[in-house]
Design a protein around this ligand. Structure first.
Ligand code: B12
Ligand code: SF4
Length: 482
């Protein structure tokens, strides 16, 4: 019998070995519960097609509650479907929702009739206290970090202070089959998602970090981080993707990780993220040290080169630093992945061009680099959300939980970008992609085809000449079977 049933909902974009990442969120919470003696069952809808029967079977064992991990979008739909199913079978069983969505939108979430309790922010400590209280049938009013219903009234308790990540117990990897979650990132076929820090010291206005982590950063020690790498290796992984917001803040930890890796002769690769600033001094020597620590790739958010837009999003980037890093890391066995955003309010063609010029230099000056251009899509709960919509009609205004299900983060509905400009940006993204030195994410089976190679050359010439007009093939491409 499991005391607690945890469900990881589908996202409807799930592809095995591509984006079905290890459910570290639930595994981490489960570890804390198990340390206190509770038994836990995890059902992952992305992996178990027979999840409905599995859930029903677990309900027969009378758990204390059922928890869902929910991000904005389709996970809301699948969590609601299952919450309704569970309540039909056992109306008294407590349904608990945690994750980014309930944290950013607690009032609407707890108002839903099938949700009894939500956990806001980190779950490890809050959920343990909650489950203990449910077991002893205690009042929930003292539990920090939750909102709950009692006698048809809603109560919002105080937020819980951020936890010390060093106190997180060993992850109970055996609750799921880690091999189901290996991601093929081309350079390393068996990559497992874990985390070693939370938050980021910066406060970029488009990022959820300011709302969730209040621009703070905390991490596990270097030795705890190293132990995770070793544990991943025992499980058959060759690489760990740390999904941290900013792995590199706190240089001491990076130095210590380097020393331990050298001493223990570890060979587990690391794929992770950094801000540009945290890779200072940008030297080759530093890069070589990172290679010896087995860093495989680093994702760096640049977003825009335009000073005006950098100010708008509160993310200053020093172009000279960027170019220095890029050049000095050339020929090192480490990939740099730069992220850019286009489609901001008040963005001019010149602003876009500034970014394009720098992207072209980056790609030319470092053969181990790639860039990603995303279309600006302000997230609800971020500082920039209301700002962007000021003066425009039809601002997304979801009034209830269900309204968030189809709230698309992917296709930006940006009234501040004209139709022509949006079409231009999409063509830019299409052609600039061919400048990438490595196609990291998906294996492109057309890649060695003569037509592909020819088209790639044409695309590269177009980028060189900034000729992004007239591209009927983008429309035709939709009809080509993959
Ligand atoms: C890896 C990742 C992915 C992976 C998959 C994640 C997975 N495991 O399946 C992929 C690539 C599929 C992905 C996709 C997307 N992602 Co994503 N992703 C992440 C990332 C980098 C790490 C997630 C993680 O594991 N965190 C570590 C865990 C421990 O933290 P946590 O999830 O917050 O959980 C804690 C609490 O929230 C709480 N909690 C969570 N669940 C529960 C459940 C219960 C019962 C309880 C009690 C508590 C609780 O306790 C946990 C431990 O303290 C985060 C950024 C980040 N660093 O968190 C973005 C992030 C979650 N993703 C984001 C976005 C926008 C997306 C996409 C929409 C991107 C896109 N344009 O397609 C899609 C949507 C997917 C969906 N859910 O529908 C946003 C979320 C914004 C939002 N409002 O939901 C984030 C925050 C990134 C960002 N800065 O913008 N993502
Ligand atoms: S540097 Fe990155 S993680 Fe940090 S606040 Fe800015 S966008 Fe968010």
């Amino acid at each position: 019998m499991a005391d607690v049933l945890l469900i990881y909902p589908k996202t409807d974009q799930d592809v095995k070995n591509v984006n079905i990442f290890f459910p570290i969120t639930l595994v981490s919470i489960a570890g804390s519960l198990m340390k206190k003696g509770f038994s836990v069952k995890i059902i992952d809808q992305r992996i178990n097609s027979n999840y409905e029967n599995k859930i029903k079977k677990e309900l027969n064992k009378n758990p204390l509650c059922v928890g869902f991990s929910v991000a904005t979008g389709r996970q809301i739909k699948h969590s609601l479907d299952m919450s309704v199913l569970i309540k039909k079978i056992n109306p008294n069983l407590k349904i608990v929702w945690g994750g980014v969505h309930p944290t950013l939108s607690p009032i609407q979430t707890i108002q839903h009739p099938f949700i009894d309790i939500i956990v806001k922010g980190e779950g490890e400590e809050t959920f343990v206290e909650l489950v203990e209280a449910l077991k002893k049938k205690k009042d929930l009013k003292e539990i920090k970090g939750i909102s709950y219903k009692k006698n048809n009234k809603i109560y919002h308790n105080y937020r819980r202070p951020y936890m010390d990540l060093e106190k997180i117990p060993d992850f109970p990897f055996h609750l799921v089959n880690p091999r189901n979650y290996f991601i093929d990132i081309k350079t390393s076929k068996k990559t497992l998602l874990l985390f070693s820090s939370r938050g980021c010291q910066n406060n970029c206005k488009f990022c959820y970090n300011g709302s969730i982590h209040k621009s703070t950063w905390r991490s596990m020690s270097a030795s705890k981080t190293f132990n995770l790498l070793q544990r991943a290796k025992e499980l058959g992984a060759t690489c760990v993707k740390f999904g941290d917001e900013n792995f590199f803040y706190g240089r001491k930890r990076i130095q210590e990780l380097y020393q331990i890796t050298k001493k223990e002769k570890s060979d587990v690769n690391i794929s992770t993220t950094s801000t540009l600033e945290d890779l200072r001094p940008f030297t080759k020597k530093f890069g070589e040290q990172l290679v010896k620590t087995n860093f495989l790739d680093i994702f760096i958010g640049i977003e825009t080169i335009s000073k005006k837009l950098q100010k708008y999003i509160n993310k200053p980037i020093n172009t000279n630093d960027l170019l220095k890093l890029n050049k000095n890391f050339n020929n090192l066995d480490i990939f740099l992945k730069y992220s850019f955003i286009m489609g901001f309010p008040n963005e001019t063609k010149n602003d876009i061009q500034e970014s394009l010029d720098v992207i072209k230099r980056l790609m030319a000056e470092n053969k181990q680099s790639a860039h990603y251009i995303n279309i600006f899509s302000p997230y609800y709960g971020t500082a920039i959300f209301n700002n962007s919509w000021k003066g425009y009609k039809n601002k997304p205004n979801p009034k209830k939980l269900e309204d968030w299900i189809n709230y698309s983060w992917i296709i930006g509905r940006n009234p501040w970008v004209s139709k022509e400009r949006m079409s231009y940006i999409k063509r830019v993204i299409h052609f600039m992609y061919f400048l990438n030195n490595k196609d990291f994410i998906y294996t492109n089976r057309h890649k060695n085809h003569l037509i592909y190679k020819l088209y790639q050359e044409i695309a590269r010439v177009r980028c060189k000449m900034n000729f992004f007009n007239f591209a009927p093939e983008i429309k035709i491409k939709q009809f080509i079977p993959r």
